[in-house]
Each structure stands twice: as C-alpha cells, then as structure tokens.
Design a protein. Sequence first.
Length: 251
Amino acid sequence: MSEEASHPADALRALNRRLVACRQCPRLVAHREQAGLAKKPAFREWDYWSRPVPGFGDVEAKVVIVGMAPAAHGGNRTGRMFTGDASARFLMQGLHQAGFANQPTSEEAGDGLELRGAYLTAAARCAPPLDRLTREELVRCEPYLREELAFLTEARILLALGRVAFVACLKVAAQDGARPLPLPFQHGARYELHGHPPRVLYASYHPSPRNHQTGRLSPESFLEVLLRVRQEADTFGAEVNIQAADPGKRG
C-alpha cells in the first residue's frame, strides 16, 4: 500500500486539489461561474466559490451520504456540500437528530458544523442548470466518487439521496467494469452490494424543497431512514469491537 493510500485524510486532500481544478464539462463550468457573477440579492456580498465542490465529513465514517450535485446558490456559493440552501437545512436537521451532526444547521463553511460517523458527497460536483445533469457529465464525474469511496476505507453503508445518486452508487459499486445491478429506486429501500469491501446501499428521496414542500418527503419519513442507517452503522461497529476483543478469534 502506498504512503498516500495509508492515510485517508491525506489521500482525500490530494483528490480534492485535483477535483476543484476540474473543467471537463463546459456547460457546468459556465453555469457555476455565471451563478457566482449574477448572485441572488440575498448573497450579493458573497464571493462565490464557483468551482467543483469537494465532499466533507468524518474520514473514518462508516456511512457515506451521496447527493446529486451542489446547488447554484448553496454549495456553489459556500464551497461546502449541502451548505447554505433549503436542502441543506432539511438534511442537517435529520442528521442532527440521528446523531450524525453536532448541530442542526449548515449555513457556511466555518460555522462549526462537524459530522460524526458520516461523510457527505455527491454524484456530480458542479451545480447544473435547472438541476439537471447530462449522462456525459455524470460519466465524467464518476471517477471522483469512485476514488473518494476507495479512500474512505471504513465506509460500509451508502445512503443515496435521490434517483441520480442511487444510480451513481450502483455504478461505482460495480466491480471491474461489470454492469450495475438493476435494482429499483424507492424510498427506504435497502440493498446489499457484494463488492470489495462489501457495502449496503440505502435509498431516500432527495431532501429538495420540491420533495419536502409537497410532502413527498416528510421530516419523519426521512428521519426513519436515517435512524435505520444509524442503527446498522452502530451494529457494524459493535461487531468489529467484539471480534477484536475475542481471544478465540484468529486472523
């Protein structure tokens, strides 16, 4: 194992340095930069990030939460995934209640937010026009997610927020170019993925304003999924500790 690969935090920092310099998708580059010039009136004093947005959180997390992409005036403005918009507020309330976050808010980088046992990332790292990504854009961004998950060596549970993230997780989980499993997306679904390492995939509706304002995703139904994820992550940790403490176990 290389020295970089033996230190997940260092490996992720190196990945993120390459990520934030990415300009592979002209349509997304133009949109993210234009959003930073036009700005919303409420954010006219902000110096927008307007670059690809890295993932963030606990590098030893057992849970990786995957969204679709940063919001033009959320992550694209603040430079942190799920920060500064309505989706972030809904998500962070749930993560705080489930014990994954030290506070129920995510408004700007440096606001004191810490994730515990969870890491936040996305299928694509640039804000897309009209919240829609092309197949080609997702394909270009896929290696970043694949590499990120390889460095998050303790991760055993993926939580996909929305169909786009769900499909991205299935593609990344497929081994050696194999076709992704044709699993159906539905809120609350749980699937076992037999990769290296083996992981579990949970699905949830995306915490977008459209979903929670229409009642498609309620705080209660979202928290129910998060608590199931939390319980499984805690159980996995307990099993590891029991095996490590058992003198009868042999490697």
